[in-house]
Design a protein around this ligand. Sequence first.
Ligand SMILES: [Zn+2]
Length: 310
Amino acid sequence: MEQYFGAESKNRVEKMVAALERAMERDIADLPWMTPATKKLALVKLKAIANKIGYPDQWRDYSSLKIVRGDALGNSQRSNAFEFRRQLAKIGKPVDRMEWQMSPPTVNAYYDAQMNDIVFPAGFLQPPAFDKAMDDAVNFGNIGSTIGHELTHGFDDEGRQFDAKGNLRDWWTVEDAREFEKRASCLVTEYSGFTAVDDLKLNGKLTLGENAADAGGVRIAYMALLETMGGKIPPKVDGYTAEQRFFLGYAQGNCENLRDEIARLLAQTDPHSPGKYRVNGVVSNMPEFQKAFSCSAGQPMVRAKACRVW
Ligand SMILES: [Zn+2]
């Protein structure tokens, strides 16, 4: 663990998450569409989020699980039995708020509405998502945007259904929902105009929640980076400014290569947009991107009618 995600990396990502949560707080406070009463509840919920980064404070005790070299089937059966007993032992006990649903080496992350926690296992906090050899600009653009994405889910049309303690309770007013939908419909139109493959367009309604979280995540990560830079202008790296490298980091996090067949399937079933549009769809709405790369009106990454939810 020390070699791949040591105390220094853990500390750095925890600081990044704290900067993102401060940015989220400022963003919520400035939202023109959310009512003051709902903003108050949103901030309570934001403060209550448990951040689980890298590995748990207390390691799970696997000493009763016997792993035998050369016995894959037996290992699998014993592991299943171990997990079954672990789940059964929860009966009658209070919820363990420190529990992780993923193991530290897992290459994935989640926000859990019922636990109100964000979990980023060490397996995910590796290059290219998080690279301890790189500076903040690239890391905020890549993993920072993903953390921001997960954070916004706690406050959107999904997160509104669960309160700060994770109980099923809608804390938005009817007015908030109406204003959210009004702004979100701009994204539905935008993404429905993108071509997945041949003549097949994306489904703007299917991908709405994820597209809004992408837009919010990048905005919050960008705010957090500017706060962390504290008004200082870092020297260019490879000819690019920190602002430019933030967006390059975000784009790199979405690199992928798909065959037409799978692109066609995903366009009709996956609530996430394809990588290309997770990038172009987001940055073409951002004056911050256009400023960073000196884009002018009429160019492909400058949308005449920019959408904004978060
Ligand atoms: Zn998401």
